[in-house]
Design a protein around this ligand. Sequence first.
Ligand code: NAD
Length: 319
Amino acid sequence: MNNRSRKVVLVGTGFVGMSYAYAMLNQNACDELVLIDVDRQKAEGEAMDLNHGLAFSGSHMKIYAGSYEDCKDADIVAISAGVSQKPGESRLDLLQRNTVVFNSIIKPVISSGFSGIFLVATNPVDIMAHITKHLSGFERRRVIGTGTTLDTARLRYLLGDYFKVDPRNVHAYVMGEHGDSEFVPWSQALIATKPVLQMCAESCGSYTCGQMDVISSEVKNAAQKIIAAKKATYYGIGMAMTRITKAILGNENSVLTVSAMLDGEYDRKGIYAGVPSIVNRNGADSIITLALTQEEKKQFHHSCDLLDEIYRGINFENL
Ligand code: NAD
């Protein structure tokens, strides 16, 4: 029996962080959960609130507000800390401010002796994961972003609804940037083992390829739609983070479209993007190279080019 305690440190106890913490508690996904925030009082209040739910959860999780020293023996440091865009501020200026925030987090995490896996959710997530890799000096497998895991879950839900199939039997991915340039490689989308495009072609009009475009757009615009309705998105991403955490802690070898650093896969190097990856105790242990069509390859390269350009715009001096 494995008696090893599963310890997770969460940095950033805002909407996303606490949705993650709440899902972790309800799914009994770790044994020790440490909450850190620049607003210490908030972290303390959140820990109290969650602890008062313990009696109803069937979990014996140890939950407390801690400090960076607690990262020393943690398996995962999950980061959902960040500052939000000021009126009139450009995306790059916001990114620069979040780079400063990440520097103030990664430095003490590393000083603690942390040797686990970083899981980043802060947006723009592919870039923030890349920044974490740069600032930590960790090997690429041990720094991952949530990438397009949530977008992929949205895609599976919508396809399942359209084809009246359990989303767990839908095998399809959203790839690339978690953002405007993300895309669905439809040539790789399957219901059970049958290609979705073939299902459309053989259905005599019951299912259409045109509807696949509608579904891709719905996936891409989902976050904006939720933000317009309720100002922010957090439950879905909290659950996606929990799913990735369980894949790591359980050494599951699960295929998830996390943001991982490419090292020659899809002919790209040194860029973080959402790609189907085998996730286990090593983090994003390997990337699966799908047989994309020429058009899909173009879409992937376009997304990578944009991410590369944004990352190169960051100034790491005088942090
Ligand atoms: P929020 O403002 O509610 O929470 C941010 C938290 O970070 C706050 O509690 C704040 O005090 C803390 N923080 C700020 N600076 C800090 C520092 N230096 N050290 C420690 N903590 C610090 O925001 P939110 O709604 O929880 O969103 C958090 C991030 O998650 C945003 O970047 C958002 O865009 C992103 N997000 C990502 C996805 C995804 O799919 N990856 C989905 C939704 C939101």
